[in-house]
Design a protein around this ligand. Structure first.
Ligand code: HEC
Length: 140
């Protein structure tokens, strides 16, 4: 009897630990992906000042999942992708995603959590960076 309880507790601990570790992996910190490479050959336009600001903010808040120049990672999809052209995902979708998170529907990476560290103004600059990347890669 005691042995069963012990085994039960051991299994519960293990499941808890795995869950905890997976959770910790979910939002990789920006420093750990600082030297991330693009996932595909993305064309870079000449960014404006605002777009460069957006790039910095994207790298701090979004790149860990959406990848270098928004080309995607194992944690999240590329935003330089047909799904996210302005007609399909307008700017409102970006503000909503950052503010409230996204329930997984297009991909199998899981849900996107709300990004509390990015203000509405930050997101506006991130959008101008993403749209410039999209245009340079034939997505508009
Ligand atoms: C923890 C990982 C993670 C981070 C950090 C993250 N995202 Fe996401 N994001 C996702 C995933 C995963 C999806 C795809 C959900 C689906 O459709 O399956 C997604 C989807 C989106 C979408 C599509 C929304 C829609 O309506 O379908 C937008 C726009 C977006 N992210 C923007 C951002 C921006 C901007 C940031 C930074 C401020 C950011 N994301 C940070 C994981 C992340």
């Amino acid at each position: 009897m005691n042995q069963k309880i012990l085994i039960g507790a051991g299994v519960a601990l293990l499941v808890g630990a795995v869950f905890f570790l997976n959770k910790g992996d979910k939002i990789p910190d920006a420093a750990s992906v600082a030297d991330l490479k693009p996932s595909f050959a993305v064309k870079l336009p000449d960014f404006s000042g605002q777009q460069k600001n957006g790039q910095k903010k994207f790298e701090a808040n979004c790149m860990a999942c959406h990848g270098k120049h928004a080309t995607g990672t194992g944690n999240g999809p590329p935003l330089v992708h047909k799904y996210y052209e302005p007609n399909h995902h307008g700017d409102a979708a970006f503000y909503r995603a950052a503010q409230s998170g996204v329930r997984s529907h297009h991909w199998r990476f899981g849900n996107m959590p709300p990004i509390k560290t990015a203000s509405r103004f930050d997101v506006s600059e991130i959008i101008s960076y993403i749209r410039a990347l999209q245009r340079a890669n034939g997505i508009y």
